[in-house]
Design a protein around this ligand. Structure first.
Ligand code: C2O
Ligand code: CU
Length: 483
């Protein structure tokens, strides 16, 4: 509906001669270019152009991730990943959720600035959705960007079994103008020859410390799917890493990624890289221009990235996606959009400093390891106070020998350098990699939504192993009572 309205609006504008921008860019994609990899979309049940209303059911289903390879997965609406939810910025999203799993669950809307009641954290923002139960999620999508959804009950297990999906919030005015666009959900899954998913406690304490990875690397739920391209034609890829532990250091046979955005939408200005790191929970918005090589195809690979012991030793890169080409000649170089966004960093003057140290205390053989945040695991931690309107500068020091993608619920932040200057180009983040034995800094300004907001490592085994906490955001006048 919204599309139609926009088309009419554009037609009206053009008919009175105000050419707001150049004509619609051409699609170069051959027919069915994305047929092998395209996500299923959740049908919008509401005719109101400003409301996206969908049904979402969590249930068991057999999913074929590679020819002859079926897994008894936990799914949203029967697929891995769950359906793509597509909305326009400013829309109201209503999700009629039903739990047909054998366990309680919830849905968390990763990165979306929802009110706390919609954040999907059991016991904090809502009760568990019990087996057979329902819950209606209802919120506005205030910010364009790629987000995602996943459970927040027993999340290492439930995400590992296949529960995750993408929520794309589009902005018709984003000026990117690359019509050949694809949303890619990266993940992995482990299962045995009977199709039973790998146990979430595999490897015991050592498995928790490493962060369990599945043996099958998936792009939109498939092992090594194929995408068809016209050589030299730009494509926009919106990518989310929904794996519970695996990092994706992407390389497209050394062809460049033109990076235009991250977690919270477009970035200040574009950048170029041949190796694109997307840690669990993070998103990337990139333009690629696949160019046909001599052997006729490209491979998108996940290269080795040292996120701790066991991540690079005796391992080789993984194949993620194959790009094949039509027989058409390579297009002459296409002009890529000069994406520009004004991002005003919150002032760090007078900001509250919050220091966080992440550790993995040594334990004797046979004892259970746990991750600590400032000396305590999550189950012994007190909430970190914050007031509405307050700006905080967080310094997150990683004193452990494993990397941690640090995620804050509900709020975007901007990464800072050692001098507390914004790292350029600026991009709003909700998840940031804290490499092993390194420190990252960010500034966050808390808006008007009070509540208990979680932060945690998005290696979900680490989160459950203690690397988790809460920010208690309160009204100024109540702050004295709560802390
Ligand atoms: Cu994707 Cu608690 O987060
Ligand atoms: Cu971690």
């Amino acid at each position: 509906m919204r599309r139609l309205a926009a088309a009419i609006a554009v037609a009206l504008i053009c008919s009175v001669g105000i050419a707001r921008q150049s004509a619609a860019p051409a699609s170069f994609a051959p027919p069915e270019w994305d047929q092998d990899v395209k996500l299923t979309e959740a049908p919008d049940l509401n005719s109101d152009p400003n409301i996206v209303e969908i049904d979402l059911t969590a249930r068991l289903a057999d999913v074929e991730v590679a020819p002859g390879k079926k897994v008894h997965a936990w799914t949203y609406n029967g697929g891995i990943p769950g359906p793509l939810i597509r909305a326009q910025v400013g829309d109201r999203v209503i999700v009629h959720f039903k739990n047909d799993l054998p366990e309680p669950t919830t849905v968390h809307w990763h990165g979306v600035r929802v009110p706390i009641e919609m954040d999907g954290v059991p016991g904090v923002s809502q009760p568990d959705v019990e087996r057979g139960g329902t819950f209606t999620y209802d919120f506005l999508v205030r910010d364009a960007g790629l987000y995602w959804y996943h459970p927040h009950v027993d999340s290492a297990a439930q995400v590992g079994f296949g529960l995750y999906g993408a929520l794309l919030v589009e902005d018709a005015a984003d000026q990117v103008n690359v019509p050949d666009e694809l949303t890619i959900v990266l993940s992995d899954i482990g299962f045995n020859d009977k199709g039973e998913p790998a146990p979430p406690d595999g490897g015991g304490s050592a498995g928790m410390v490493f962060g369990r990875e599945g043996d099958y690397v998936l792009a939109n739920g498939k092992v090594l799917p194929t995408l068809l391209a016209r050589s030299g034609a730009p494509q926009r890829w919106r990518i989310v890493n929904a794996a519970k532990s695996r990092f994706f250091l992407l390389n497209l046979d050394n062809q460049p990624f033109y990076v235009i955005g991250g977690d919270g939408g477009l970035q200040e200005s574009p950048g170029t890289t041949t190796e694109l790191l997307i840690t669990p929970g993070e998103r990337a918005d990139v333009i690629v221009t696949p160019t046909k090589p001599k052997d006729g195809k490209l491979l998108l690979k996940a290269m080795l990235y040292n996120r701790g012991y066991g991540s690079v030793e005796y391992r080789t890169p993984e194949d993620v996606l194959t790009v094949t080409f039509t027989d058409e000649p390579t297009l002459p170089p296409q002009k890529l959009p000069a994406v520009h966004r004004t991002i005003t960093p919150p002032s760090t003057k007078g900001a509250t400093n919050v220091n966080v140290v992440l550790t993995l205390p040594h334990v004797a053989a046979g004892e259970k390891a746990e991750f600590h945040v400032n000396g305590v695991p999550s189950w012994k931690a007190e909430a970190y106070p914050a007031k509405i309107g307050e700006t905080q500068v967080w310094t997150v020091k990683n004193d452990s020998s494993f990397a941690h993608p640090f995620h804050l619920h509900g709020f975007f932040f901007l990464p800072l350098d050692e001098k507390l200057q914004p790292i350029r180009p600026m991009v709003w983040k909700d998840t940031i990699n804290v490499p092993l034995e390194k420190t990252v800094r960010f500034v966050v300004k808390f808006d008007e939504r009070p509540g208990m907001w979680m932060f945690h490592c998005h290696i979900l085994d680490h989160a459950e192993g203690g690397l988790m906490g809460h920010v208690h955001l309160t009204q100024e006048e109540q702050a004295g009572h709560t802390h």
